[in-house]
Ligand binder design. Structure first.
Ligand code: GDP
Ligand code: IMO
Ligand code: MG
Length: 427
């Protein structure tokens, strides 16, 4: 059985949650491998909308073990809130497991995320202020505290005693804010630990044993390729690894164990936060897409910046991830538009680019080169077969497939599980 990674091909919010939920019906394990509560994955279950931040989108299926892998950073307060909310709404979290190697978001990470953003002034990244940058920085600086540490009170206390004085120096001497108390954090976090203890364990073995049994394992990505610190619009990126490479380090699997890589793209572009966005529409069409699609962040409620489909980004993220198939989402959002544009390249300083430049300042200067396409101006949400789509919608999908150079296997035409057109079987 395949091990499928599900990866965002743009700047996040491509509809990964919906597609993971759809695919999870056949899965035994759904494992999140990166990001933290900066993610917001929407799933419609029994007619109700759920916004998941840390808990994998397979949670609605009782046969699925949901793994929060070592590559995820966990804010225990937010995780407990998410567990409680799901339980109150009748969704069991009995099959949830949390890696003992996953790093914890600590109160100083959240504080520092906000303080660093304010210090950046006009060049702020527009982070979600969930402490993501600071916690990933501490992980590589070897200053992190991990979920497994919550299981041993003395070890947790002594780890905090090592780390906190360093953090307090930064808080007080650089930012001039009051220091945090070891005792307060310790009692708060050990209480979280008591509640989370039944979920915390090694998770590599769960994933590896499922793979050895030949079970269907889904690897749920968070964020999108253009937010990756290596390949995204640096420094306007997140700090985890949204690309498929993150699935290996974030779960403890080999690249050879991943049998398919499904790239998720919206049929247009959105971005929350700052940074270059070459196809952004700062006009009525952009506003129209935002209103039609309710493009407001799942995690922060911020309006998402909207624009035409960026084929340069599409081509690039397919290349760096090696997408074996693609799912397009939100085709229905374009239903009412008379004309649609697709960016096929950039022009900068007299040069034509097929792939994005590394430098954010150069990317800011890139002018998108568009192809005009006819809109279809007919509803598509009720359609379930590719040949039933209006000819203009088929032409649009075919054009995107050619630009991305990966076969389109699914088209999503609405937020619900059943609103999907399957073009090619994924298994
Ligand atoms: P994720 O972060 O990639 O999981 O995406 P989000 O959940 O943040 O944002 C995607 C939004 O699009 C959610 O509100 C989904 O319910 C919605 N959605 C997903 N697929 C479709 C679709 O095909 N059509 C429409 N209209 N909405 C969709
Ligand atoms: P999902 O999984 C969209 C963006 C933030 C900001 C930048 C850095 O729902 O697709 P961070 O808090 O991570 O340090 O912020 O990354 N960002 C996302 N944008 N979808 C997401 O996740 C995002 N997670 C982070 O808006 O621009
Ligand atoms: Mg999202």
């Amino acid at each position: 059985m395949p091990t499928m990674a599900i990866i965002g091909g743009q700047w996040g919010d491509e509809g990964k949650g919906k597609i993971v939920d759809l695919m999870a019906e056949k899965a035994k394990v759904v494992a999140r491998f990166s990001g933290g509560s900066n993610a917001g994955h929407t799933v419609i279950h029994k007619g109700q909308e759920f916004g998941l931040h840390l808990i994998p989108s397979g949670i609605f299926y009782p046969q699925v073990t949901c793994v929060i892998g070592n590559g995820v950073v966990i804010d225990p307060a937010l995780l407990l809130k998410e567990i409680d909310l799901l339980n109150q709404r009748g969704v069991s979290t009995a099959n949830l497991v949390i890696s003992d190697r996953a790093h914890l978001v600590m109160p100083y990470h959240i504080l520092l995320d906000g303080l660093e953003e304010e210090a950046r002034g006009g060049s702020a990244i527009g982070t979600t202020r969930k402490g993501i940058g600071p916690v990933f920085a501490d992980k590589v600086a070897r200053l992190g505290i991990r979920a497994g540490d919550l299981l041993e009170n003395d070890a947790f206390y002594s780890r905090l005693q090592t780390v906190l004085p360093h953090k307090n120096k930064i808080l007080t001497l650089i930012y001039g804010v009051p220091p945090l108390s070891t005792e307060d954090i310790c009692s708060q976090y050990l209480a979280y630990g008591e509640r989370l203890a039944p979920y915390i364990r090694d998770t590599e073995s769960i994933v590896q044993e499922a793979l050895a049994r030949g079970e269907w394992v889904l690897l749920e990505g968070a964020q999108g390729t253009m937010l990756d610190p290596e390949f995204g619009t640096y420094p306007y990126v997140t700090s985890g690894t949204p690309t498929v490479a993150g699935a290996c380090t974030g779960l403890g699997i080999s690249p050879t164990q991943i049998t398919s890589i499904l790239g998720i793209y919206k049929v247009y572009t959105t971005r929350v936060g700052s940074g270059p966005l070459p196809t952004e529409l700062c006009d009525e069409t952009g506003d129209q897409i935002r209103e039609l699609a309710h493009e407001f962040g799942t995690t922060t409620g911020r309006p998402r910046r909207c624009g035409w489909f960026d084929g340069v980004v599409g081509r690039y993220s397919a290349r760096v991830n090696g997408f074996t198939t693609v799912a397009l989402t939100r085709l229905d959002i374009l239903d009412s538009l008379p004309k649609i544009k697709v960016c096929i390249g950039y022009e900068v300083e007299g040069k034509f680019l097929q792939y994005p430049p590394a430098n954010a300042a150069t990317l800011e200067k890139c002018k998108p080169i568009y192809e005009d396409m006819a809109g279809w101006q007919k509803p598509t949400s009720h359609l379930r077969h590719f040949q039933d789509l209006p000819a203009e919608a088929q032409a649009y999908v075919n054009r995107l497939e050619k630009i991305i150079s990966s076969p389109i296997a699914l088209i999503s035409v609405g937020p619900s599980r059943e609103q999907v057109i399957v073009i090619k079987p994924l298994i």
